[in-house]
Design a protein. Structure first.
Ligand code: SAM
Ligand code: SF4
Length: 328
């Protein structure tokens, strides 16, 4: 069985974007109140006294938009400097990144994924649901700054939505030719905006690879990450292309992760709501971290049965939380 040692930690459910694939159109989301969020102190207790002792050593900070979390630099410093932390990464939309990139790096963050779904500022604004001027430019500056500061690998995440940004696949893939950037195409999932998913559907990684292969050729890369991406390379390119195919392929058997929401719910499987436990309420009720550790160990023991494992139907069920609330 796979070692489950990777925890995705959502720091906040709020976001300064409203990406059409991630949140439902129109409807107001009920954001968590400040007192519902795990505090920094509670999060550190859970990491040190619950997650690390049961084998978690790799952490990714996500959201919502993690850079909206107050005191993010200090929090990163504390997690990065725990002796057992082997890897600390972040997924961000990059909008607030440029001015803080150096501080994040100095605090010990070494890996960063930035979402960039379009190279066209107009389409970008449509996707993020915000028509303010200069949004795309600001994210682009965030990407450049992060790269110059030394974030390597620097990964760009692209969710491909038919009829929205699929015509840009080749341009996005071309970013990997001259720069050591890693562009990762993520199949659109029905978590967040089921209506858009119902209207547009999704494009398989195999189809994307076919388009790229026809243009430049494509080889399987020697680089293989720990995660679910299948990694390829345009011949001679400096960077790589990753394909995350959770709709068309089933990688549940090699799943190595769990997710902790900003309000302290531990979620064993992205695609299923089964088996979640509310660690924050337990912690605040005074339940000892020894007992919490046992609860998490129990979830780890039954995770193989909880994992989704069936992917024939294309869509995978109803979700009470959006992707922004789960953390991707
Ligand atoms: N705000 C940050 C960002 O956008 O990078 C972090 C949180 S976001 C929920 C994490 C990842 O989930 C992003 O790469 C985003 O593109 C992806 N995501 C959101 N909704 C998705 C969906 N319906 N299908 C596939 N990926 C999705
Ligand atoms: Fe916000 Fe990230 Fe979701 Fe976009 S994908 S709405 S940036 S949480």
């Amino acid at each position: 069985m796979n070692q489950v040692d990777y925890l995705r930690i959502s720091l906040i459910d709020r976001c300064n974007f409203r990406c059409q694939y991630c949140m439902p159109a129109g409807a107001e989301l009920d954001y968590l109140l400040k007192q519902q969020l795990l505090t920094d102190e509670e999060l550190l207790i859970l990491i040190q006294e619950v997650f690390i002792p049961v084998g978690f050593t790799r952490f990714r900070l996500t959201g919502g938009e993690p850079l909206l979390r107050p005191h993010i630099v200090e929090l990163i410093e504390k997690i990065a400097h725990l002796p057992q932390t082997q890897d600390l990464a972040m997924t961000t939309n990059g909008f607030l990144l440029a001015p803080i990139a150096q501080s994040l790096y100095n605090a010990g963050l070494r890996r960063i994924n930035i979402s960039l779904d379009s190279l066209d500022p107009h389409i970008f604004n449509q996707i993020i649901g915000n028509h303010g001027r200069g949004r795309w430019q600001q994210v682009w500056e965030g990407i450049q700054t992060a790269y110059n500061v030394g974030f390597n690998p620097l990964k760009l995440n692209v969710v491909v939505v038919p009829g929205v940004n699929d015509h840009e696949i080749l341009d996005l893939a071309a970013l990997t030719i001259d720069k050591q950037w890693h562009v990762r195409f993520i199949e659109f999932m029905p978590i967040g905006n089921g209506d858009l998913f119902g209207d547009r559907g999704w494009i398989s990684s195999a189809n994307l690879r076919q388009s790229i292969r026809e243009r430049w050729g494509l080889t399987e890369s020697q680089v293989r990450g720990n995660g679910p991406a299948d990694v390829f390379q345009i011949p001679g390119a400096k960077g790589t292309l990753g394909f995350i195919s959770q709709m068309s392929e089933c990688f549940c058997d090699r799943c190595n992760r769990m997710r902790l929401s900003a309000d302290g719910w531990l979620r064993p499987c992205l695609l299923k709501e089964t088996g979640q436990i509310d660690l924050k309420t337990d912690l605040r009720a005074g339940i000892s971290t020894k007992e919490l550790k046992e609860k998490v160990q129990e979830i780890l023991n039954i995770k193989p049965e909880i994992n989704f494992k069936q992917r024939d139907s294309g869509t995978v069920g109803a979700y009470t939380r959006t992707m922004s609330q789960i953390g991707g």
